[in-house]
Design a protein around this ligand. Structure first.
Ligand SMILES: Cc1cc2nc3c(=O)[nH]c(=O)nc-3n(C[C@H](O)[C@H](O)[C@H](O)COP(=O)(O)OP(=O)(O)OC[C@H]3O[C@@H](n4cnc5c(N)ncnc54)[C@H](O)[C@@H]3O)c2cc1C
Length: 556
């Protein structure tokens, strides 16, 4: 269908492009959103600032990048044919394979025709007269759409630290979240990695194997569990495929974090010391994020949490030979799991290599970057290349970069100045027909994100279908429902240990960002039930208006 059309409700025919829906971002969220909306017969345009599909997996090409939820689960479930035919090579697929999968999905479902690459959405302005969004994209063009879906990603706005002298550094500088497409070879080089979050924990062992010397600059020690990555056999793949209906059901409906595993039946203090240690040993041997599923109270009970944290700290001390380095690598300033737990392949053992050293920035902070060195208070570390593994302005960063103007000229950035406010993480009052996939206030980053993405996309698609079938033009979260939801998200967070950590869940990694716990911690199953119930009650907490009503309101 041609999208060069007159826009209903404007005084004259204009030749701007108009679509039913504009989707921002072509990661897993944007791709599936496009697929679902197309099946409703809607015209859709996806804008993606990158040069290809895949989002996270398009940008994060750093050495060692791979998923930390097992691939047979970290994959779409919406098409049984797709999940039956795709062969994952390893328990945790590397970035290149996940990107290949994203491209396969784009081809298989013929998505590319409706995606425009290398285009940024700069601004979106709601026009109450037409109940449509005017979307300004890079290059100076404006598109009009009845609905806009922000599939902009929770971890897509790379955070470059504000360190004095960084721009004057004469060597190579890379950010893990914006890794170049060509192969970077550190052979023979002195490399500095700044940051010790998940990306550093994955890349440090790989960089150390190449570099002449690797200096890791650590501000916060993090908990990490061995991944135990391995090739998947065809028997393992077949067993999971046969059991997919149950695996996907449990992940969606029962597991708090959207990951199928044997669910714990008791708290950590209900077992004696030996039984508890045996259980942690078993989970440690098995590897992966489900270590935290050993007991059902690890993120709510400090004493229970201490038992798991002590176990991991003891493992670090066992692995790392130099006691001083081991001590620095042992996290002490947050409960285990209150920051996204990392999984690794030989991260701690890498510090036994003679070419690797650790600098503790809490006792010896970075003062400045010199043309060929990192200078801390105590010392200068000469480096040829710097890797910034400094994470993201999480959850709100990419949304905040778009100038979103809702009703009465209110901007989303102004509304969210004290922290994001949404109803169900899906919509924000005052911004009609604007949906967010895995927005703040939904389980998002606390879950297997593909489970959360599919749930949100299905909910949004069903909601738009509902509106169209009943002649509604505009939909908006009610302020009271939103306030109640924000309070609930906050209340649930504070029944756990999560808010104790200075984490990116709290916005604590971004100077000046308001510190509120952003994701919804109630669990994906409970959250799904709430969303389904809201829909079943005719989208309770949302206001829907018919065309005539909204035009009358706009005219008055
Ligand atoms: C290194 C890394 C590993 C991860 N591993 C896991 C894992 O194992 N399991 C898990 O559950 N989650 C993981 N995640 C989280 C991951 O982000 C999600 O799983 C998922 O890929 C998010 O998909 P998305 O489509 O929502 O967002 P993204 O993949 O981030 O895609 C968003 C896209 O929107 C584009 N965009 C943003 N703003 C604009 C704009 N204004 N105009 C145009 N385009 C725009 C971006 O360029 C990006 O391509 C990981 C994240 C990282 C960074």
């Amino acid at each position: 269908m041609s999208n060069m059309q007159a826009v209903s409700g404007t005084s004259e025919a204009t030749d701007v492009e108009a679509y039913d829906v504009v989707v921002v971002g072509a990661g897993f969220a944007g791709m599936y959103m496009l697929h679902r909306l197309r099946r409703l017969g809607l015209s859709v345009r996806v804008y993606e600032q990158g040069g290809g599909v895949g989002g996270t997996w398009y940008w994060n090409r750093y050495p060692g990048a791979r998923c930390d939820v097992e691939s047979m689960q970290y994959s779409y479930s919406f098409s049984d044919e797709l999940q039956q035919e795709w062969d994952w090579s390893e328990r945790y697929a590397p970035q290149a394979e996940i990107l290949k999968y994203a491209n396969h999905v784009a081809d298989r479902f013929n998505l590319r025709d409706d995606i425009q690459f290398n285009v940024r959405v700069e601004q979106a302005v709601f026009d109450a007269g037409t109940n449509a969004w005017q979307v300004a994209i890079s290059g100076g063009k404006t598109t009009i759409a009845k609905y806009i879906v922000l599939a902009t990603g929770c971890l897509s706005n790379a955070r470059v630290p504000d360190i004095k002298g960084l721009s004057d550094f004469k060597g190579e500088v890379y950010h893990t979240g914006h890794w170049p497409h060509e192969k970077i070879d550190f052979t023979g080089k002195r490399v500095g990695v700044i940051g010790t979050g998940s990306s550093a924990i994955q890349s440090v062992p790989v960089i150390a194997a190449q570099a002449r010397h690797l200096t890791v600059f650590q501000r916060t020690a993090n908990f990490s569990i061995p991944a135990r990555n391995a090739a998947l056999t065809s028997e393992e793949r077949a067993a999971i495929r046969t059991n997919y209906p149950e695996i996907r059901r449990v992940a969606r409906e029962e597991a708090r974090n959207g990951i199928y595993t044997d669910l714990p039946d008791r708290g950590a203090l209900e077992d004696g010391d030996n039984a508890r240690r045996a259980k942690y040993e078993e989970r440690w041997r098995r590897g992966g994020l489900t270590f935290m599923s050993a007991y059902n109270n690890l993120v709510v009970d400090q004493a229970a949490n201490d038992t798991a944290a002590d176990f991991v700290r003891a493992k670090i001390a066992e692995i790392v030979k130099d006691p001083h380095t081991a001590k620095l690598l042992q996290p002490h300033n947050h409960p285990i799991g209150s920051k996204r737990i990392c999984i690794d392949t030989d991260y701690f053992a890498t510090f036994n290599r003679p070419n690797v050293s650790l600098v503790d920035l809490t006792s010896d902070p970075i003062e400045e970057i010199l043309p060929h060195a990192v200078r801390t208070v105590a010392k200068e570390y000469e480096v040829d290349a710097l890797v910034l593994a400094t994470g993201f302005d999480a959850m709100t960063g990419s949304v905040a970069k778009i100038d979103i103007v809702g009703r009465h000229g209110q901007t989303l950035n102004r509304k969210w100045a004290e922290g994001p406010k949404t109803y169900l993480g899906l919509m924000s009052a005052g911004f009609p027909n604007l949906f967010i996939v895995t927005g703040p206030g939904s389980p998002s980053v606390l879950s297997n994100m593909i489970v959360s993405i599919e749930q949100h996309v299905d909910w949004i698609a069903d909601c738009i279908a509902h509106m169209r079938a009943r002649g509604f033009e505009a939909m908006e979260a009610n302020k009271e429902a939103e306030d109640k939801w924000v309070a609930h998200v906050n209340e649930v967070a504070h029944t756990t240990l999560y808010p104790q950590a200075n984490s990116w869940y709290m916005g604590a990694n971004i100077p000046g960002k308001p510190q509120v716990f952003m994701p919804y911690i109630g669990g994906v199953g409970a959250y799904r039930r709430i969303c389904d119930e809201v829909a079943a009650k005719g989208y309770e907490g949302f206001a829907m208006t018919a065309a005539e009503q909204s035009r009358a309101a706009a005219a008055s």
